[in-house]
Design a protein around this ligand. Structure first.
Ligand code: NAD
Length: 496
């Protein structure tokens, strides 16, 4: 028998305490080698005036144990209360969200009885930084940030996860036909990392058709790695496809800390009645046991739990007349799983975790520095004059412009409206005006030239709302082109 592992346990809100008690009963009976330290998270902490929902001493326990087994929490509406999940995820750098989605048909009704996949979602980047702005009367923006180190770590984690859990294929879904730089980076890094794992099959799909295929034939997928937003959406879809969101567990993995839980929430509507299904949190527990190197116990728990399902012993949420044999409450369900520890399911495929090893956390790899040259600037304006004719705006901008830069393009919502715009294009009050370096080959474009341009634009009573500097990194252009751009002029990059 190996050493015991210290874990932090949060009993949570709503049905949390009931399902936690049931899960701990099962884990203990299965011989899990755990030293439990309880922490307070959620409602009781919010009510004590701590807006993060995390008690100050909980941080110490989480850092000391490095493993959190957490019941669902209720986030109070309004009042500036922050979601504990989001705070823990961001503060502790829990970069990977892992959500297995397996069907247990016919015991849980589903149209996809063969599905057994794992979603690995990047957890910290993308549009989830909360960097949003209102820029004009009509336009709001949200910044999408994809980093090379963040992408490399999640993709590598997905391949390591596949290898360590005996899975054969990793699929990656992005929209890089549209977002060529951000999603393009995710796809490119995926291809680079995939090349290092020749024992594992890899594929990339555009996210729209990829999602359609997951919804149609989820059994053809194994491990799926995704940027944050697509992962958030698709992991709920895959949980639903299994027939019940209530049975899914998930983990949030960081470099030194990992958190395990059910997918579902605190179910206040049935709290205190002792009827909740503890399976989601129990499956979180199975992920935890594999993570801390107790795969023997994980296998025992998972198989006994499937045998219980198969014997028709069901809580109310999955109970079906004719199919189920006995409707049980939370405690009775846990007792039934305990009785079956050591047994294997007969109709469902038993799990075999004998080869499963803890997934090593890939280190963050820093990106080598490239020569960075400044080639121009996109100036964004709030402009709402007359009939919003882009030709009028272009004339005003050309008048304000100096010698170093040339106005090459104006777009509205990314659609080119000058030069050669179409009269049908709908224009908001938000204009992106591109200026590119006109200096002779080898001449430098300095930031001060851009600041001088901005002053002149301001002097012309045009309202600048933001700028984006246009860089080249080595040979690579660091900005997207508008339609028809980059075809007629070859610009020579100049060093900053
Ligand atoms: P929910 O998942 O709590 O409940 C949705 C429905 O599913 C309810 O009808 C509920 O009774 C049922 N249900 C959920 N879990 C069940 C279980 N184990 N057994 C039987 N039935 C179950 O979603 P919600 O109502 O939208 O959210 C309630 C609260 O949970 C909110 O405060 C929300 O912020 C929080 N929440 C927390 C987490 C988390 O801590 N990870 C996740 C999601 C929601």
């Amino acid at each position: 028998m190996g050493e015991s592992t210290k874990i932090a346990v949060a009993r949570g809100d709503g049905i949390g305490p009931e399902i936690t008690a049931a899960c701990l009963e099962i884990l203990e009976a299965a011989g899990a080698r755990l030293q439990i330290q309880e922490i307070a998270l959620g409602e009781s902490v919010y009510l004590n005036g701590e807006k993060s929902g995390i008690s100050p001493d909980a941080w110490d326990v989480i850092r000391e144990t490095g493993v959190v087994f957490k019941a669902p929490l209720t986030t109070p509406q309004g009042g500036g209360f922050k979601s504990v999940n989001v705070t823990l995820r961001k503060t502790l750098g829990l970069f990977a969200n892992v959500r297995p989605a397996r069907s247990y048909a016919p015991w849980v009704q589903t149209k996809h009885p063969e599905m057994d996949l794992v979603i690995i979602r990047e957890n910290e980047e993308d549009t989830y930084g909360g960097i949003e702005h209102r820029q004009t009367d009509e336009v709001y923006q949200c910044l999408k940030l994809i980093t090379r180190p963040g992408t490399e770590r999640i993709v590598r984690y997905a391949f390591e996860f596949a290898r360590n859990t005996g899975r054969n294929k990793v699929s990656c879904l992005t929209k890089d036909n549209i977002m060529k730089l951000t999603d393009g980076l995710f796809h490119r890094v995926f291809d680079e990392v995939a090349a290092e794992y020749d024992d594992i099959e890899s594929e990339h799909l555009i996210v729209d058709i990829g999602t359609a295929r997951i919804a149609d034939t989820p059994e053809r997928f194994d491990v799926v790695v995704l940027p944050n937003l697509y992962g958030d959406i698709i992991s709920d879809i895959t949980a639903q496809l299994t027939g019940s969101v209530g049975l899914g567990g998930s983990s949030n993995i960081g470099e030194t800390i990992a958190m395990f839980e059910a997918i579902h929430g605190s179910a206040p509507d049935i709290a205190g009645r002792g009827i909740a299904n503890p399976s989601g949190m129990l499956m979180g527990g199975v992920l935890m046991l594999n993570h801390i190197g107790q795969s023997d116990v994980a296998e025992k728990v998972h198989n006994a739990w499937m045998k219980t399902l198969e014997d028709g012993i069901h809580t109310g949420d999955i109970y079906r007349e004719g199919q189920s044999k006995q409707k049980v409450n939370t405690k009775e369900f846990a007792d039934a799983v305990v009785e079956r520890l050591g047994e294997k399911p007969e109709s469902l495929k038993p799990v075999d975790y004998s080869e499963v090893t803890a997934v090593a956390i890939p280190p963050v790899t820093r990106t080598p520095k490239a020569t960075k040259t400044l080639e121009g600037v996109d100036v964004f304006l709030d402009w709402d004059q007359g009939s919003r004719d882009p030709n009028t705006l272009a004339m005003a901008l050309e008048e304000a412009n100096g010698e170093k830069l040339e106005l090459t393009m104006i777009t509205n919502r990314g659609q080119k409206v000058w030069p050669d715009g179409a009269p049908e294009t709908f224009c908001t009050d938000h204009w992106r005006c591109r200026f590119l370096n006109q200096g002779p080959p080898g001449s430098n474009l300095h930031q001060r030239e851009i600041f001088a341009l901005l002053e002149r634009i301001d002097g012309a009573s045009l309202n600048v709302i933001k700028t984006e500097f246009l860089f080249r990194f080595g040979e690579d252009r660091g900005y997207s082109l508008g339609q028809g751009e980059g075809t007629k002029t070859t610009r020579v990059p100049v060093t900053v």
